[in-house]
Design a protein around this ligand. Structure first.
Ligand code: F6P
Length: 325
């Protein structure tokens, strides 16, 4: 089908750099004389016909802004087939021939079913701070989130050393420890707790025991929110129970990691992915997610993207153990 008009939306957790991607999609489409309709609030906007024509001027001055001008949502209504039918009818009524979806695994899963059932051609762009998407080395927002976490941990280090305290810092990552391991290694944290590592708790306890014997109590443990132990508060309880000598403090970084000025890396990544997703859709590709592997643009089917897991590079896991004293 010749694309004349495409729909663009952001869905799931927002990520710094999404605006840079929106700008890139809009300007690439117009470069190829294709119109763009912004769909507000992700899949929910399709149900409520929240559509807005986007011109190049509408995306001026947003490359440097966190969040998403199209707003985002998690949309449980879209799990119902009858709602997906309504969304399809609304999109067709608005003259939309194809979609660019910016988001994470949930976004791609929705797009996969939507295309299978109603044949709406869709290209996905990986946007999530978690970096937990197969088929791309990095997702939009991950670098900014890691920098935010690293800067916060650097600040915590000052007070941890001054008071000889053990700080437990919780970072985001529901199912994956990419932010945790990167921010920990980058800020010189003493230990990291990851959803991917089932042996992390006994190892941490052994480490704390050794330090305790040497009377060294000032350390930083970075814990991913999705770690099996159950997050920073639960970890604090376990440590206090076993080693009451530690004066512990908990910091949960939370949604501060989701906002803020996108880094240069995220802006370039978002612009590049947005351009390639749009050009692929225009030339007739569909049901695929764009990614960058080893600095080359790649496309994976949504099926592959949503059914495979991405692993943390072993170097990061190794460094998180050997680069601590
Ligand atoms: O977008 C990913 C993420 O930030 C996860 O790291 C986190 O678990 C989740 O979203 C939080 O989602 P919400 O903002 O909907 O509570």
């Amino acid at each position: 089908m010749l694309m004349k008009r495409i729909g663009l939306f952001t869905s799931g957790g927002d990520a710094p750099g999404m605006n840079a991607c929106i700008r890139s999609v809009v300007r690439t489409a117009h470069h190829h004389e294709v119109e763009v309709v912004g769909i507000m609030e992700g899949y929910c906007g399709m149900l409520k016909k929240q559509f807005k024509e986007l011109q190049n001027i509408d995306v001026a001055g947003i490359i440097n802004r966190g969040g998403t001008i199209l707003r985002s949502s998690r949309c449980p209504e879209f799990r119902e087939k009858e709602n997906r039918k309504l969304a399809y009818n609304n999109l067709r009524e608005a003259g939309i021939d194809g979609l660019v979806a910016i988001g994470g695994n949930g976004t791609f899963t929705g797009a996969y079913h939507f295309e299978q059932e109603f044949g709406m051609p869709t290209m996905g762009v990986p946007g999530t701070i978690d970096n937990d998407l197969y088929g791309t080395d990095y997702t939009i927002g991950f670098d900014t989130a890691c920098n935010t976490a690293m800067t916060a941990i650097d600040a915590i280090r000052d007070t941890a050393s001054s008071h000889n305290r053990l700080f437990i810092v919780e970072v985001m990552g529901r199912d994956a420890g990419f932010i945790a391991v990167n921010s920990c290694v980058a800020s010189g944290g003493e230990a990291v707790m990851l959803p991917e590592d089932e042996q992390d708790l006994p190892q941490l306890m052994e480490y704390l025991d050794e330090k305790r014997k040497k009377k060294i109590f000032g350390s930083i443990v970075v814990v991913a929110e999705g770690d099996q132990v159950g997050g920073a508060i639960e970890l604090d309880r376990i440590i206090k129970e076993k080693y009451p000598q530690y004066d512990t403090r908990v910091t949960i970084l939370g949604h501060v990691q989701r906002g803020g000025i996108p880094t240069c890396l995220d802006r370039i990544l978002a612009s590049r992915l947005g351009m390639h997703a749009t050009e692929a859709l225009i030339r007739g590709e569909k049901n695929k997610a764009v990614g960058i592997i080893n600095d080359e643009v790649v496309f994976n089917s949504f099926d592959d993207s949503i059914h495979h897991a991405k692993s943390i590079h072993p170097d990061l896991l190794k460094m998180s153990h050997i680069l601590v004293s």
